[in-house]
Design a protein around this ligand. Sequence first.
Ligand code: WTA
Length: 821
Amino acid sequence: MQREGLHAARGRSRTVWKNGQSSLPRFRELGAYHGQGDSRNGVAQLSLCWPWGGGVSQDWSQEGDDLAGVFRKHMVAAAAIRDTRALPPAVKALQTFVRVNVHDVGGPGVILLHVCCFQPHGARLRHSRGLLVTRVGMDRLKVLAGHFVAGGPASELDSRQTSAEASEPPTSIDVKYRARSNINDRGAYEALYKGSIQEPDKFWGKQGSQYAWKQQFQEQHVDCNIDVRRGKIRSRWFAGGLTNLAFNCLDRHVEDGRGDQPCFLWEGNDVGQDRVLTYRDTLAEVCRLGNWLRSQGISKGDVVAIYMPMVAELPIAMLACVRIGAIHNVVFGGFSADALAARVADSRARIIITSSTSVRGKKSTPLKQIVDQACKLASKEGFKVDKVLVLEHSALPKGKTPWTQGRDLWWADELSQQKPQCDVEWLPAEAPSFLLYTSGSTGKPKGVQHSTGGFMVGAGTTAKYVFDLQPGDVFWCTADCGWITGHTYLTYAPLLLGATSVIFEGVPVHPDPGRVWQIVAKYKVRQLYTAPTLIRALEAQDHKWVTKHDRSSLKLLGTVGEPINPRAWQWFHEVVGESRCPIVDTWWQTETGMIMIAALPGAWPLKPGCATLPLFGVLPVLLDSEGKEIKGAGEGVLVLKQAWPAMMQTLLNNQQRFEETYFAPQKGFYFTGDGARRDEDGYIWITGRVDDVINVSGHRVGTAEVEGALSSHAACDEAAVVGVEHKVKGQGIYAFVTLHSDSDYSDATRKELVKLVREQIGAFAAPDTIHWAPGLPKTRSGKILRRVLLKIAKGETKDLGDLSSLADSSVVDKLIERRGK
Ligand code: WTA
């Protein structure tokens, strides 16, 4: 039987070709690449670039409906691939079978060329040059397939797969996935993308009209400036519109008759602890809390701090705030009392919502006790917290929770007295919705402020396209609500689109390393969105922890927070996703509020470790070291040339720092702080931070913050921190510390230093290594040469580069000598 379309490319079963010419041995697909041509105006151009470099570009004229003619011409392009001299040795070494499919995907004149590389399992592939032409339905898919063999010695597949540097050939587009996708054709994307850049009012107006507005926004609703030379930086969207995030997340769906659909599926730390909250249940609890907040005098523009474990009440508290126009400030439950106090005082949050404790795996963190300390610290700084609302956690009941009469109140006692209806506060689109503190290159965390309307539409639109999120889908974002991902893609986007959001309180390895896959099976999760650090931690375990659980519900996998290495990607793709789920690698930031660069997996092929192309309204530019735009392939600093709806509005109380940090470094652009590479296909690869920010398990930690904490030790003279590669965490923290001359360089001091970082920031920021440094490599003007420290930390001490600018180069030898001691 003739196997059709892209699925034939999988080659897992015996493939018998229509012409009966050969029954090919089983093949393993090594990778695929898609070229694209446009055959309008009778002339078509087809460009085909191999991911490992080189490629072909072919012009030909379209001869009406003469498929055979078109095919012959395509084969000219395909024939060029037969010239294996263009291939790098690792690929050339493969005994490779290359198959070419040419698709007319139905769009006006758009032709896709699909090329797959196969490696035969076992049997040696005989030289074969048969060509095959098949027509499968004139209107839909016209498949023209041919195959030929490029000979060569045996395979070295594994070395290719584990090489972190290797640029993987892209995977093919899954046909079934494509069929359901919102956008399933690159041409359709290109057209929409162009519109989003050239006519943002129109494009976003159309997206915005899919939500509920008390008062419709104006037709010309966008007013932005991201060029410091043209005055104040501003990003205003949906001007004139009045809306409410909570209304759009909850009431709208209940009014549409979907009140009984699960909104949150909560899974506790231990197996057997779970809870289903329907949209109606969630709305009622949000209303009770909204009423309670109002009863405490909280209204539009007031800030409420939330410091909670991953219980359903955390997103409920966020929704209650936005319902009444209050601004939430969620502080990650892993932050210390000092860090919490700083964030509460800076945002002037009179109310803190917390829980008696938090349990993750076997470890409890007494959140309420930490809140008590934070309140004391804040009051020393002159800021008083009025009320602390405490949710009773089953692991720490009422009687055992420390209590301050008059200030502390129990969630259940207070909310039981409130009505389950609460009037919505209709807000101008540009009203702030939340604050989220994040690390930067200076010591003080920044209070990133987000809008209401722009954030809402940005969140919903990106989830609709990237995750193909549809009403009723069970979506699991494993991020904590203490980070932006938990805001945008655990709380707001899934609810805006009427999906069901899974909340997990525990850790992936408790009670065993199969916990994540057990939850996937239990709730029949459709889209799983997680971080490379979790993937790497679970990849290290026996595969049976994955395979023993049913993952057939999974249709899409997603990653965020840091670059994903090809090996982890392969494991996620093959073992977890059974090679049938596309993986979307999503690049974005706390400041961007929404995903900015990611694949639409129904529309173009993926490459492992690559975020691929910009989403609607996102105009990425790479700048070279002189600040010049890099056109085409190249590597540089990633900046954005245009404002987008979910863009941060400002830094709380600090417009000046906002402008200096993000818009002054490269005038006319938003500066991301990341480096990136663009390949020959226009795909964007994020290469990591170019500023002093370390990415530990996907959490941003400013080197200056850690250095500040270390320097607060009485014996510490100076500290310098760099990020080094870490097997699981992505990056680990490596600290060079100089003590006062009379101090003792002992293990006890090391422990004290680490403890200080834990206390002042949180356990996740604790240095993995403290390297005793009798002196730091500095220039004559006193600037620390971090690139030298980084090389020493990595053990690359043979080639330290140019050291001539150092005031005292003997420091370097002393540092090398002390490495590992
Ligand atoms: C990094 C998280 C590579 C990047 C949403 C960025 C990534 C920082 C990716 C923002 C990705 C995020 N590939 N790197 N797909 N996604 N990053 O604010 O360095 O916690 O600047 O937001 O994480 O971290 P943040």
